[in-house]
Design a binder for this molecule. Sequence first.
Ligand code: DQA
Length: 149
Amino acid sequence: MKILVIHGPNLNLLGEREPEVYGRTSLADIDKRLAGLAEERGIEIQTMQSNSEGAIVDAIHEARTWAGGLILNPGAYTHYSLAIRDALRAVRLPAVEVHLSNVFAREEFRHRSVIAPVCIGSVCGFGRQSYELALNGLLEYIHSRTEAR
Ligand code: DQA
């Protein structure tokens, strides 16, 4: 089982970017913890970060040839990228939306996600742990679907 983890714009600055909102953990640390969890669960993960919408769309397209599912934190694209939403719908891979912060406790423009309706679920507000919760949830979902067949 292989899972693609996509980190969107500005997440390369985690640790130094608004630490009171996003915490002090760097993106490299998040990826390391995810790799550890993946090893424990006997799966493989590939992670990528991009500040560009097109690169994220391309990565989602490519994932349809090798991944069993996706975890993505689309950053600000969450709130308006119909291109990322359409890409997810097109590839039909199970995807989980992740946010470090509780977007619903923040500015109004962050309350709307155009991505959530094409995901199997969303996790937000648990800092770096949001990713780990998302990975566990995604794997449970995938396993329950394969068992049901
Ligand atoms: C974020 C929330 C978004 O609103 C914001 O634009 C981000 C980070 C989060 O992880 O909490 O860049 O996705």
